[in-house]
Design a protein around this ligand. Structure first.
Ligand code: KG4
Ligand code: ZN
Length: 340
């Protein structure tokens, strides 16, 4: 009989400290401590993030272990996010994982954060009742990345398109800031857009080569538009907040959709998927679900808890690396820039 694999996973790449325990592909616990401290600065402050990870990591890991009902001596391996992300933040998780791996005498497993967002679809207790079919075309949209990735197996990823400037989440957050919304603005735009008209204001969809994206032009165009309107009417933003949010969200989603459709034509995937923090966006989820129905292929939309940064996705990646005996030695270092 095959014995069960228990992975403790740690995620500390940005401003969420998270730990999860998985039994094979099933998540037993997934604890996330979100750092509120950054809200007052309107964005993530790296030094504060690193310090908060140091304070949070022990209680978060303890809580994940307690909730899982698994004892430390039962663990098969420790998975951690090696990168990409903020170096000071990554170092906390990396050092902690190394320490625990030495202490328990079990393998250390490095995980790529962007691959992990994609592999969250393979978690058993995700939304789906069917097996994921490969090749899967995944649109990964987060605060730091926007990528179209053809995934042929849990070990085979090919980036076929990506942003040449801002990420989609960054566009949501930066535009939210110009509208006067606090950080992170993405979820707030989503909420306010529900009351607004997506066609109220027309913003341009960027023209970029092949399957690449660009969002910096949209940010500038919204900024200039608002400056002009506020000159005429100082209350313009307040009076049109919901319509502005709906129109900005509509433009970002149409931009994402245009290249996704092109990529489907070119790569003929058996399934399409959304991953990363922006996949929590309700309108984007509906749009991609409808696209799947229209094309007659499964559209995989992750459960909310696996959209934004979480350690469960590091755990499922760690599980597949464990099966492959893809272990790291103690010389492994955190890496702020790590390609898919
Ligand atoms: O994947 P993630 O948690 O962290 C990174 O690795 O970047 O993504 C965070 C991003 C932020 O930009 C946040 O505004 C965006 O995801 N986000 C959303 C929503 N929820 C989170 N954007 C739009 N609508 C949402 N509901
Ligand atoms: Zn992320």
């Amino acid at each position: 009989m095959k014995s069960d694999i228990f992975i403790l996973a740690i995620e500390s790449s940005c401003d969420d400290t998270s730990a999860a325990v998985l039994k094979n592909k099933t998540v037993l616990s997934n604890v996330i401590a979100t750092q509120k401290i950054h809200e007052e600065y309107g964005g993530v402050v790296p030094e504060l993030a690193s310090r908060a990870h140091q304070q949070n990591i022990v209680p978060v890991v303890k809580s994940a272990m307690d909730k899982s009902g698994i004892a430390l001596h039962q663990l098969s391996g420790i998975a951690f996010t090696r990168g990409p992300g903020l170096l000071g933040s990554l170092l906390v998780g990396t050092s902690f994982a190394k320490g625990l791996s030495i202490n328990l005498g079990i393998p250390l497993i490095e995980v790529n954060h962007m691959k992990a967002h994609i592999l969250s679809h393979l978690i058993d207790n995700n939304n789906y009742d069917q097996e994921v079919e490969f090749p899967m075309l995944c649109l990964t949209v987060s605060g730091g990345h926007t990528q179209l990735v053809v995934v042929s197996s849990p070990y085979d990823f090919k980036v076929v398109g990506e942003t040449i400037d801002d990420a989609a989440g960054e566009a949501f957050d930066k535009i939210a800031k110009t509208i006067g919304l606090p950080y992170p603005g993405g979820p707030l735009i989503d909420k306010l857009a529900k009351e607004g008209n997506p066609k109220a204001f027309k913003f341009p969809i960027s023209v970029v080569k092949d399957l690449d994206y660009s969002f910096s032009g949209l940010k500038t165009s919204v900024l200039y538009f608002l400056q002009k309107e506020v000159n005429k009417n100082p209350h313009f933003i307040e009076e049109n907040k919901a319509d502005l949010c709906a129109s900005v969200q509509y433009t970002i989603i149409q931009t994402l959709l245009k290249k996704l459709k092109m990529a489907i034509e070119m790569h003929q995937p058996k399934s399409i998927a959304l991953a990363g923090g922006v996949s929590a966006n309700s309108e984007l989820r509906t749009t991609i679900t409808e696209l799947g129905k229209e094309l007659g292929i499964p559209a995989l939309i992750p459960a909310f808890e696996y959209c934004t940064d979480n350690a469960a996705m590091i755990g499922i990646s760690g599980y597949f690396n464990y099966l492959n005996k893809d272990f790291s030695d103690l010389s492994v270092t955190a890496s702020a820039r790590l390609a898919v």
